[in-house]
Design a binder for this molecule. Structure first.
Ligand SMILES: Cc1cc2nc3c(=O)[nH]c(=O)nc-3n(C[C@H](O)[C@H](O)[C@H](O)COP(=O)(O)O)c2cc1C
Length: 166
């Protein structure tokens, strides 16, 4: 499971397309995460269109890495089907699975937050024709990395407590 430790946010991409097999693998991973009461109420908008990418970059100021990337995925929650308001946790688990699957296939990726930032949610709804019962949760940018950054070492024993908080 080295991919867990190899994953890192990538903010510089090559424009090479992602073959459909790899994209399906990555989306399958997004559908394979845990969800409260197994609701699996997520859906995914795959966006390759560069005109839409440009508009996303206007809505979401921290998504400029999309300029050269081939593809973005918006993870969405169905608010009517979700169980007891756990949609954020479910979509976060799905988002992380997508990042890990992209890493496993040798791609760079980055999670860009959408919900609960209201102007981003509104902007994504308008741009992507997302209805009110569907919540755009995250934007994931994926592609071949143009960076050569080493994986970060983040083992921090001081973060761990055993048995009780101390
Ligand atoms: C909820 C959330 C929102 C994020 N939003 C953005 C974003 O809008 N733009 C961006 O470049 N990175 C974003 N990130 C990525 C974080 O900046 C990154 O994960 C963090 O700096 C740790 O670096 P690493 O992913 O390389 O380990 C987001 C991460 C999370 C979990």
């Amino acid at each position: 499971m080295d991919i867990l430790f190899d994953r890192k946010s990538c903010r510089n991409y090559k424009s090479d397309d992602i073959p459909q097999d790899d994209l399906d693998y990555i989306l399958h991973a997004g559908m394979s995460s845990p969800s409260a009461y197994n609701t699996r109420h997520w859906s995914f908008i795959v966006i390759k269109n560069k005109e839409i990418h440009k508009k996303i970059m206007q809505i979401h100021s921290a998504s400029q890495m999309l300029a050269n990337a081939p593809l973005a995925i918006v993870v969405c929650a169905d608010l009517e089907k979700q169980y007891k308001n756990y949609w954020q946790q479910d979509c976060a688990a799905s988002t992380e699975n997508i990042l890990l699957a992209a890493t496993a296939k040798g791609y760079g990726s980055v999670w860009c937050g959408v919900a609960p930032i209201e102007d981003r949610v509104k902007g994504f709804r308008e741009l992507l024709n997302i209805p009110e019962n569907i919540m755009p949760f995250s934007l994931i940018v994926i592609g071949r990395s143009a960076e050569d950054k080493p994986a970060k070492q983040r083992w921090e024993p001081s973060k761990i407590k055993y048995e009780i908080w101390r």
